[in-house]
Design a protein around this ligand. Structure first.
Ligand code: PHE
Length: 439
């Protein structure tokens, strides 16, 4: 089925870069990167992480962008243009994106609550039990997730330029401003320098297989690879744009924001003698405990949750554009109809996900509640799998030269080798050992 719809295009290079960086910079940068960096040897980890991004993950990143740009199609159409039978791999991207949306939006709802309680200056004595009670309650998280969904879908309804590009142009500069304010604040706390020292002190003894897998998994997730996002964002690129150059700008900005997040978190945690943990526990329990102990803490808490909200919002927009564009282009629907259908599907998935933290908690898949199960299969299986398939199809069938990502012959030869051999092997190891190690 060929689509004849006139396709949107980014109105400026900066609009595109901000949207792609907005997608890449998400909760992964703020609540996962600092923890992993601390756990696996500080700047020794950083070095390994950068090498992995450069030699393994930059390839699928460039390929996704260039594949979208070349075919001018979203993931199902792009794979279908190689061979109709390959459309199934495009579907796999669309399904992965929809599943990720269903639990990411739940966190978006939590963030709305935490912005509210800090603006209202609600007194909470024990953040641990407050968080437990809040997420397991049946009504409020559902309502807030739905609100978050409406807010995101509003910009999807408005389209690529007036919606996606516009909101990223507003939120990303503010995001930079807030994170800098919070970094300065964190570094001004007593004993902050020992946090920085710990964070950057290289510990090469921590380099091992498990650390390599952690770095690999983190770089895939943080760069939004294997979800069809870069394919669809790439398909809105103008001819003038260069996929490889854009990819490196995305990598640079994403890494810079991850480091800023670490600079924001480590000194504060050290100053209060708390361990840096990761995920919801860090954002919703550890850090609020710190904010509660300092003068004007609730102002910093509001800034922090707004920061997380922006991170989640711009990533969420990119993830729902994947199924929306797929419906528009493969079923010839208007953007409004497509966005309405996506809203209903994400809502239908997000509600059981929220409830799986409480009343549906007894329902387990492979020993995990629905929230953790969706998180697990996407990060550990679907993302690496989609990425391996992309590398194999571009590296061995479409051929890297045909998506015109590189002009320089030597660079092309190096990257072609990496794409055909190194990336697929590294990612296969990630799936095999990542799954076994976690057990
Ligand atoms: N790069 C995002 C992050 O670090 C991953 C993501 C993108 C998640 C889009 C959801 C939606 O959080």
């Amino acid at each position: 089925m060929e689509s004849n719809v006139t396709r949107p295009e980014w109105s400026s290079r900066i609009g595109f870069i901000l949207a792609a960086v907005g997608s890449a910079v998400g909760l992964g940068n703020i609540w996962r990167f600092p923890y992993i960096m601390g756990k696996y040897g500080g700047s020794a980890f950083l070095l390994v992480y950068l090498l992995i991004i450069l030699f393994v993950c930059s390839l699928p990143l460039i390929c996704e962008l260039a594949f979208g740009k070349r075919t001018k199609k979203e993931s199902i159409g792009a794979y279908g243009s190689v061979n109709k039978k390959l459309k199934i791999f495009g579907w796999s991207n669309v399904i992965t994106a929809t599943i990720i949306a269903s639990f990411y939006f739940v966190i978006g709802g939590w963030l709305l609550n935490y912005i509210y309680i800090n603006i209202a200056n609600t007194i909470i004595t024990d953040y641990g039990s407050y968080f437990e009670n809040f997420v397991s309650s049946p009504v409020l998280p559902c309502i807030l997730t739905t609100l978050f969904l409406f807010m995101v879908m509003f910009f999807i309804f408005r389209g690529v330029n007036k919606g996606i590009e516009f909101i990223n142009k507003v939120m990303m500069p503010l995001f930079l401003l807030i994170i800098i304010i919070l970094c300065i604040f964190s570094m001004s706390l007593p004993n902050a320098s020992s946090g920085l020292k710990f964070m950057f002190m290289p510990d090469f003894s921590k380099i091992n297989g498990e650390m390599l897998l952690a770095a690999l998994g983190q770089s895939l997730f943080t760069l939004s690879i294997g979800m069809g996002i870069l394919l669809v964002y790439g398909s809105y690129m103008t001819k003038k744009e260069n996929a490889a150059r854009s990819a490196f700008m995305i990598i640079f900005s994403d890494t810079m924001f991850a480091l800023l997040a670490a600079i924001m978190i480590f000194p504060a945690a050290f100053s209060f003698g708390l361990d840096v943990n990761s995920g919801a526990g860090l954002a919703f329990i550890t850090l609020p405990n710190i904010f509660a102990q300092i003068p004007y803490g609730n102002i910093f808490a509001v800034l922090f949750f707004v920061l997380l909200f922006f991170a989640a919002f711009t990533s969420s927009i990119s993830i729902v554009e994947v199924p929306t564009a797929a419906l528009i282009e493969n079923f010839h629907l208007s953007r409004n109809k497509a966005a309405a259908i996506v809203s209903v599907i994400v809502f239908a998935l997000a509600v059981p996900v929220t409830l799986s933290m409480g009343i549906f908690g007894g329902f387990k898949l492979f020993g995990l509640n629905l929230f953790d199960f969706f998180d697990y299969i996407t990060s550990n299986i679907l993302l690496p799998l989609n990425t391996i398939i992309l590398c194999i199809i571009i590296g061995w069938f479409v051929k890297l030269r045909n998506i015109r990502a590189f002009r320089n012959k030597t660079i092309y030869a190096i990257f072609n080798f990496l794409l055909r051999f190194v990336t697929p092997v590294a990612l296969t190891l990630l799936i095999l050992f990542g799954t076994i190690l976690k057990k």
